[in-house]
Ligand binder design. Structure first.
Ligand code: DAK
Length: 258
C-alpha cells in the first residue's frame, strides 16, 4: 500500500498513478521512493508485461515539489537529485516497457518522468515544459540529458533556456510524444499500445528494450555488434521457432516465453 501513488495490476498491465492531485502530483521524496518500489514490482511480477504511468486529476506531474526543495542545501539537494535519478533509471532501464499516459501538466520533473518512460501518449490537454530556470535552477532529474536525446540539442536548449510551456500538438511535432488523443481516449489509447506489446513475443520485447537502451550511446560500430549479439540470441528461444513456424503455417503464434 502506497501513500502517494496508486498501483494496480489488470490483464498483465501495471497501472501506476501519481496521486497527489492537490499539489498537481508534485514529486516529493515519498513519491520518488514509492516509484522505485513500484518499478521493482513491475520487474519482478511475472503477471506484469507492461506498465502505464499517469497522473490523478488535472496534472500528470507539475514538477519536483517546490515546497520541499526551497530550503534544501547542496548536500540535501544532491541526495534528492540522486533519488530522482534512481527512480527514473528504475523506469528507463527496467526490463519491461513503461508507457507514459500524459493527462495534463508534465513540467520539470514531470516532463522528465514522462521521458524516462519508453514512449509517451498525450491527451490533447497535456502541456510540457522544463521551467526550472524560472526557479533559479536547472533540470535535476535527467532533463538536460534525456530531452536533447529525444528532440535534439537545439529544441532542448530552446525549451530549457526559455522555460516555454508547449502544448501536446507541438510536443508531437518535435517528437517529444508519439501520439496525441482526446482526453477521454487517453487511457484506452495507452491500453491499446500496451495490449499490442503484450501480444508480441515476451523475450523479444525485453531484448528490444535492452538493445535500444544500451546501444543508444555506443558508437555505431559497437552498437551494430551489440544488436547482432542480442538479435542472434533470439534464435536460441523457443518463441523464435514458434513465431516463424506460425507464420509459415498461417496461424497465430502461441508464445511460451522461453
Ligand atoms: N511543487 C509544489 N506544489 C505545486 C507544484 C510544484 N511543482 N506545482 C503546483 N503546485 C501546487 C500549487 O502550489 C497549488 O497549491 P495550493 O496553493 O492549492 O496549496 C496547487 O498545486 C495548484 O496549483 P496552482 O494553483 O498553481 O494551479 P494553476 O492551474 O494556477 O497553475 C501550473 C498550474 C502547473 C501552471 C502551476 O501550478 C505551476 O507553474 N506549477 C509549478 C511548475 C514548476 O515550476 N514546476 C517545478 C519545475 S522544477 C533538482 C531536483 C529536481 C529538479 C531540479 C533540481 N536537484 C535536487 C538539484 C526538478 C525541478 C523541477 O521540477
Amino acid at each position: 500500500m502506497y501513500e502517494t501513488i496508486l498501483y494496480e495490476v489488470k490483464d498483465q498491465i501495471a497501472y501506476i498513478t501519481i496521486n497527489r492531485p492537490k499539489a498537481l502530483n508534485a514529486l516529493n521524496s515519498t513519491v520518488l521512493t514509492e516509484l522505485i518500489d513500484a518499478a521493482a514490482k513491475v520487474e519482478a511480477d511475472p503477471d506484469v508485461r507492461v506498465a502505464i504511468v499517469t497522473g490523478e486529476g488535472r496534472a500528470f506531474v507539475a514538477g519536483a515539489d517546490i515546497s520541499q526543495m526551497r530550503d534544501m542545501e547542496t548536500m540535501e539537494a544532491k541526495d534528492f537529485m540522486a533519488l530522482g535519478h534512481k527512480a527514473f533509471n528504475a523506469i528507463d532501464f527496467n526490463k519491461k516497457p513503461f508507457i507514459a499516459a500524459v493527462n495534463g501538466f508534465a513540467l520539470g520533473g514531470g516532463c522528465e518522468l514522462s521521458m524516462a518512460c519508453d514512449f509517451r501518449i498525450a491527451s490533447e490537454k497535456a502541456k510540457f515544459g522544463q521551467p526550472e530556470v524560472n526557479l533559479g535552477i536547472i533540470p535535476g532529474f535527467g532533463g538536460t540529458q534525456r530531452l536533447p536525446r529525444l528532440v535534439g540539442k537545439g529544441m532542448a536548449k530552446y525549451m530549457i533556456y526559455t522555460a516555454e510551456m508547449i502544448d501536446a500538438a507541438e510536443a508531437l511535432r518535435i517528437g517529444l510524444v508519439q501520439k496525441v488523443v482526446p482526453a477521454e481516449e487517453l487511457m484506452a489509447e495507452a491500453e491499446k499500445a500496451a495490449k499490442l506489446i503484450i501480444s508480441k513475443a515476451p523475450i523479444a520485447i525485453l531484448t528490444a528494450k535492452a538493445a535500444i537502451n544500451y546501444g543508444y550511446d555506443m558508437d555505431m560500430h559497437s552498437a551494430s555488434e551489440w544488436e547482432a549479439l542480442n538479435s542472434g540470441a533470439g534464435f536460441s528461444t523457443e518463441d523464435q521457432k514458434e513465431g516463424m513456424t506460425a507464420f509459415l503455417e498461417k496461424r497465430p503464434a502461441v508464445w511460451k516465453n522461453k
